[in-house]
Design a protein around this ligand. Structure first.
Ligand code: FES
Length: 103
């Protein structure tokens, strides 16, 4: 059985992700790829994508779809040394950066 290419791909049509600024999924993927190739260690955020594309978000209604589209890119990976920072806990004997415990 031959699998059909989706119609949007055949026609070269791309989906508009942000209607306020007319940013397409293709532009988001290109921006993510460009930023990753320029700096391997950068953390890519939606705000950076907007800046790279020379636009500013307006209503913010697209944010979830915007981030989901960014996540589809294979170039979005967070640098290895910055992964799992949220899951780390302070172990006994480690510095609390001068703060008292409980603050
Ligand atoms: S739809 Fe993207 S900022 Fe409004």
């Amino acid at each position: 059985m031959i699998r059909r290419m989706p119609e949007a791909e055949r026609a070269g049509v791309h989906m508009i992700i942000c209607h306020c600024t007319s940013i397409t999924d293709k532009e988001i993927h290109a921006a993510v790829e460009w930023m990753r190739s320029a700096d391997q260690d950068t953390i890519i955020t939606p705000g950076k994508v907007y800046r790279v594309l020379g636009r500013k978000p307006d209503c913010g209604g697209c944010l979830k779809l915007f981030v989901d589209t960014m996540r589809q890119s294979s170039h979005l990976e967070v640098p290895l040394e910055l992964q799992n920072l949220r899951g780390r806990t302070i172990q006994d004997g480690e510095s609390h950066e001068g703060r008292r415990q409980g603050h």
